[in-house]
Design a protein around this ligand. Structure first.
Ligand code: NAP
Ligand code: FE
Length: 363
């Protein structure tokens, strides 16, 4: 047996996490805040962070306009703004989109480089420290080095991430998710769930990541009926914890085929990320049953569901509302083959196979 584990993020979890940990924000004299158009304000997190910075006598500037599925060129422009502000560190507030954007901004603020160089994970002038304050319970981005960018040059989403892009501090307060509409609560919860599930499947899984993801799947299995009913008010703490556990797990295992094959649904049709993953899940389960049956059985065992029950759950709860242009499948298949996630799965990785899978998903 051989594995490693290195996790550099300081985590503070609980209601009042920002108010109670203001001193942890003393990472410099000038902070640049990156948030979404509404999420920072709607959640209350932006006001809490500004109050904590003011109390610590830290100057701040706020960019409140990160779009969903953030665009690499926008992050480059915001990085230039942070550089002009002479930011010492970057604070991301929001769902996965602003948190991922904060990581890119932290790279571009320190390095005036072309967009494509972001994906090399090698930056001459390092990366500014990153603080993450999540307002959704889904991506686990606060606990991963990964950042998923929309990159129009290659017409898809592309990730970057290395030890340098882990947040140094993550402040998780479930209160910030009280303002999340039910549909986003559900789709982000499915993202958190898929991270835990895929972490078990990944060929990079280790006993340590299994400890995290098995435990998270057990907890998720117990709340699935209540999530389906839409009775989510009492699930906020639990969902944020599961999202965090999934994030720490995928920070080591990466995601797998389910994420890779779902990206075109988001890029070309705007399907929310968690919903896109859930929609392709029944196909993914069949693929695992054929090529990774033991790991599939382990993941389903932790969740406490059969393959048929899980497929039926997502079919009931995660519909999509478009019919794809089938002539796009060869391109989608090529893109899937280029994603690292496909290779993490232990299933076939050739583009022609993925083309067949897309035909099966949308039959
Ligand atoms: P999101 O795109 O960050 O947010 C979805 C929507 O929810 C936005 O309209 C957002 O508003 C709104 N919102 C967020 N928090 C809210 C709150 N507390 N109250 C009311 N509205 C709120 O969604 P996400 O699912 O969290 O993140 C998705 C992104 O993360 C994708 O780009 C995905 O590829 C990426 N991802 C990253 C990782 C990773 O490891 N880094 C893993 C999985 C996925 P605003 O418009 O104001 O933002
Ligand atoms: Fe995800």
């Amino acid at each position: 047996m051989e594995f490693g584990f290195h996790f550099p993020t300081k985590i503070r979890f609980g209601r009042g996490a920002v108010q109670n940990n203001g001193a942890a924000l003393r990472l410099g004299e000038r902070a640049f805040i990156v948030t979404g158009k509404h999420s920072g304000r709607a959640s209350g997190a932006l006001a809490d962070v500004i109050a904590a910075l003011t109390h610590q006598k830290i100057e701040c500037s706020v960019f409140e306009g990160i779009g969903n599925n953030p665009d690499v060129e926008q992050c480059r422009a915001v990085g230039a703004q942070a550089r002009a502000f002479h930011a010492d560190f970057i604070i991301g507030i929001g769902g996965g989109s602003p948190l991922d954007a904060a990581k890119a901004v932290a790279v571009f603020a320190a390095n005036d480089i072309p967009a494509e160089q972001l994906f090399t994970n090698s930056y001459e002038s390092g990366v500014l420290p990153i603080v993450a304050v999540p307002t959704t319970s889904g991506t686990g981005s606060e606990a991963t080095p990964w950042s998923v960018m929309t990159w129009h040059t290659v017409k898809t989403k592309r990730s970057f991430g290395s030890l340098q892009t882990y947040p140094c501090l993550a402040l998780l307060d479930p209160t910030y998710t009280d303002s999340l509409p039910l549909a986003i609560t559900r789709s982000t919860a499915m993202d958190a769930f898929t991270h835990c599930f895929e972490s078990v499947i990944s060929v990079k899984a280790s006993p340590l990541t299994d400890a995290l993801s098995f435990h998270a799947l057990e907890r998720f299995g117990k709340l699935m009926p209540q999530l389906e009913l839409g009775d989510v008010a009492s699930l906020r703490d639990e969902l944020m914890l599961i999202s965090l556990l999934g994030g720490v797990a995928i920070s080591h295992t990466g995601t797998t085929l389910m994420h890779s094959i779902a990206y075109p649904l988001t890029y070309f049709h705007g399907t929310p990320h968690g919903l896109a993953n859930a929609f392709v899940l029944p196909m993914y389960l069949k693929e695992l049953a054929a090529y990774r049956p033991e790991r599939l059985a382990t993941a389903l065992g932790a969740l406490g569901m059969s393959q048929a029950e899980l497929a039926a759950y997502v079919q009931r709860n995660c519909p999509i509302d478009f019919t794809p242009d089938r002539t796009m499948f060869p391109l989608w298949a090529e893109q899937t083959a280029a994603q690292g996630g496909a290779r993490n799965t232990g299933t076939p990785v050739d583009a022609s196979h993925f083309e067949e899978l897309y035909a099966e998903i949308f039959q």
